[in-house]
Design a protein around this ligand. Structure first.
Ligand code: SF4
Ligand code: NI
Ligand code: NI
Length: 709
């Protein structure tokens, strides 16, 4: 048998199954029955991405199968094999979507099956920053449970997203491995067709972040090849169906590594035989050209971004530090070089051994840094990273910031030997690693002495936070000489540029003007560049000649003109990782804002994910804009259209979280008290009529404003 025979045979077999499954479904439900995956704006995302058509019911699905058939040419050329691989993948998608017919929930714990658009959007940022350096797809059963777990953990330790299909899932369950999206181990399903759910992630990434036109199969494959760092590990025995799926993976640019030696064909860099499973990791990483960030830190537990989302339950915790109950704080202070001894880690107060299991205590830690180019403005930038640093420790959970932090240390981490000084080790290592351009020396004090925590919180930390807030409050777009570009997301969204100003942070919410400034000074050739603002064109919408020039340069000509303050005229583009999305609501002359965490409906008749699919990909979409949460209370929010007075609806939780600052802005700008009381939410209205009645009753100012379109 040749490779072609195997691919074609596997493809034919799956095609036959698919046809039978569709006919069976039509017999059962009728051809008008609706068919789609849940929580996606793309119906059958893979079929949509490849062909540009959205399947909505069984009749169309049957017709789509006819389209798939046209890919199944049988000449013995490489391209025929690849296309048959793609056809196999599409058939797998059809088989999988049928499992969701009639609102069924075909997957149960630990398996995920289809992944929601929301999860893909969450993956955007870490894929861009390299925090997720790769996406492993592990298929089949490893020779032993130990080897399965070892392989999965090796990728997890590198920060890779690991997806599992088939027997390896049972092996990981048997070994008691902690799995789930939060720790980046995602079991998809036990049938081989479940592999389509990770393909679906890659293809939706191309649509969401890459602005690939659905149906442009060439651009799609180029995007996945260049920008989605996925690869497949397939355990023997490989049947023809798996081989055909593998051809599909290779067509997308994803190399396949297998320990199968019989009846297999090697294709350099694409289909690789590696008999030694313990070398799968190294072979895959090399084949896909993945760069792993080395983070060797002297602590007794693992440190990897894969642990960032790990949750430590009350029953599993050894000790807890809770800033909402007792005095806690975290702080970075720039010091004179003579005051800092590099890598000095000091613990002041009792260590974790002296605390009762499950008890609550005070903690404070101060990272003191010195360096010739260090500036006080960088302190909060470093400090904001602590959350990420401490969460990456296996068995440590951190929430909050400043003096409102909470930290849990698990029993497992404690048993492995994790103690107070290791917090210092982690902070030291990460700060030195990430900010080496400005930090020459760094020392850490970890304070668990309750009296000292109280004293330092009130006498050192709070006054410093207040001082910083005052500085931030004086930072306006007018008070600074330059803005910054950010192109961090271009790894994923090639034509997107954020223009970051003091009053308009990056749409991901993670890059403020100060962050961008620090990034620029730390890495002058890096993603954030200085943009001057000396040649205003139109102050009303915030358009500048020099900003336009910069945007044109950094978008490689894709974008020529951009305004800073308008949602209608030349609005800023979105990559895909926005915290919030804002869209116009024509009945009230206002705008509706919704956020990533809110899965429910908005009065625009669209959910976050549906709204998000209308923008993104680095193109201008007047009437819609992605933005950061903080921007909502900015005086520059849609200033050209009248500003925050236009906001008519937000999810309740979002509204509450921005209320204080938003109300302050409304008072300042328009003299309105408690503005958020006039803004609807899902408990008030989910449709435009009810919303309008509410706004009328409240006398919302948007009703009296000019229509926006
Ligand atoms: Fe991406 Fe913009 Fe955030 Fe930079 S500021 S990381 S480009 S969303
Ligand atoms: Ni953790
Ligand atoms: Ni982005």
């Amino acid at each position: 048998m040749t490779l072609f025979d195997r691919v074609f045979g596997g493809n034919d077999a799956v095609y036959g199954l698919t046809e039978a499954a569709i006919d069976g479904a039509i017999a059962q439900y009728g051809e008008d029955a609706a068919v789609s995956f849940p929580d996606t704006a793309y119906s059958l995302p893979c079929y949509y991405a490849v062909t540009g058509s959205k399947v909505t019911n069984l009749k169309e699905l049957k017709a789509a199968l006819g389209v798939v058939k046209t890919l199944m040419t049988r000449e013995k050329r490489l391209n025929d094999a690849f296309m048959s691989g793609v056809a196999t993948a599409l058939c797998a998608e059809f088989i999988e979507v049928l499992k969701y017919m009639n609102g069924a929930k075909p997957y149960e714990e630990p398996c995920y099956g289809h992944l929601a658009d929301a999860i893909i959007r969450e993956l955007g940022v870490p894929l861009v920053t390299g925090d997720i350096p790769g996406v492993a797809v592990i298929l089949g059963s490893a020779p032993s449970t130990e080897e399965a777990v070892e392989l999965v953990k090796s990728y997890q330790a590198q920060g890779c997203l690991v997806t599992l299909v088939g027997g390896v899932i049972d092996q990981c369950v048997e070994a008691g491995l902690n799995m789930g999206n939060a720790v980046r181990i995602v079991p998809l399903g036990k049938d081989v067709t479940a592999v389509i759910h990770v393909v679906s992630v890659a293809l939706r990434a191309a649509l969401i972040f890459g602005n690939v036109t659905p149906g442009d199969a060439g651009a799609l494959m180029k995007y996945t090849m260049d920008r989605v760092p996925a690869f497949v590990n397939a355990f023997k025995p490989l049947d023809d169906v798996i081989v055909a799926c593998g051809a599909g993976a290779i067509a997308l640019g994803f190399p396949v590594v297998t320990n199968e030696t019989e009846n297999i064909f090697r294709v350099p860099k694409s289909l690789i035989v590696q008999e030694d499973v313990s070398k799968f990791n190294a072979t895959s990483i090399e084949a896909r050209d993945i760069k792993i960030k080395v983070t060797k830190i002297d602590i007794p537990v693992s440190f990897a971004s894969a642990f960032e989302g790990e949750i430590i339950r009350r029953g599993d915790m050894q000790v807890e530090f809770d800033g909402s109950r007792v005095d806690c704080f975290e702080l970075v202070e720039a010091k004179d070089a003579s005051e800092v001894e590099d890598h000095k880690i000091e613990v002041i107060g009792p260590d974790f051994d002296e605390f009762e299991v499950g008890s609550k205590h005070s903690i404070g830690y101060v990272v003191e840094v010195a360096g010739k180019s260090m500036q006080a403005d960088f302190e909060p930038v470093f400090e904001r990273k602590f959350h990420n640093y401490l969460n990456c420790i296996e068995g440590v959970m951190h929430t909050g910031q400043r003096d409102m932090i909470r930290i849990r240390v698990s029993k497992n981490a404690f048993d492995a030997g994790f103690r107070a000084k290791h917090i210092g080790e982690v902070l030291y290592a990460r700060i030195k690693n990430e900010f080496d351009a400005v930090v020459d020396k760094c020392q850490v004090k970890v304070i668990t002495d309750p009296e000292l925590c109280t004293k330092m919180r009130h006498e050192t930390a709070i006054p410093l936070f207040d001082k910083r807030d005052d500085r931030l409050a004086t930072l306006t777009d007018e008070s600074v000489d330059v803005y910054y570009s950010c192109i961090m997301c271009q790894a994923f969204s090639p034509s997107h540029v954020c223009v970051v100003t003091p009053e308009r942070l990056g749409l991901c919410g993670a890059v403020s003007w100060l962050d961008a400034k620090a990034t620029n000074e730390l890495d002058p050739q890096g993603p954030c560049q200085v943009i001057t603002k000396e040649k205003p064109i139109d102050e009303r919408i915030g358009e500048y000649e020099d900003v336009n020039e910069a945007v044109k340069l950094y978008s490689q000509g894709a974008l020529e003109e951009v305004s800073l303050y308008s949602i209608m005229e030349k609005p800023m583009t979105s990559c895909g990782c926005f915290e919030c999305i804002c869209g116009i609501e024509p009945f009230s002359n206002g705008v509706v804002i919704t956020n990533r965490e809110y899965a429910g409906m908005t009065p625009l008749g669209m959910t976050f994910s549906e709204l998000a699919s209308m923008t993104g990909g680095g193109v201008q979409t007047p009437g819609f804009m992605g933005h950061g949460k903080h921007f909502i209370s900015s005086k520059k929010f849609m200033k050209a259209e009248g500003g925050i007075e236009r906001i008519v609806w937000m999810p309740k939780e979002l509204k509450e979280s921005v209320a204080e600052r938003l109300n302050e802005t409304a008072k300042d700008l328009y003299g309105i008290d408690n503005f958020t009381d006039m803004i609807g939410d899902e408990t008030i209205a989910e449709d435009p009529e009810t919303l309008l009645a509410f706004l009328t009753e409240k006398g919302h100012p948007a009703l009296g404003m000019d229509p926006m379109m």
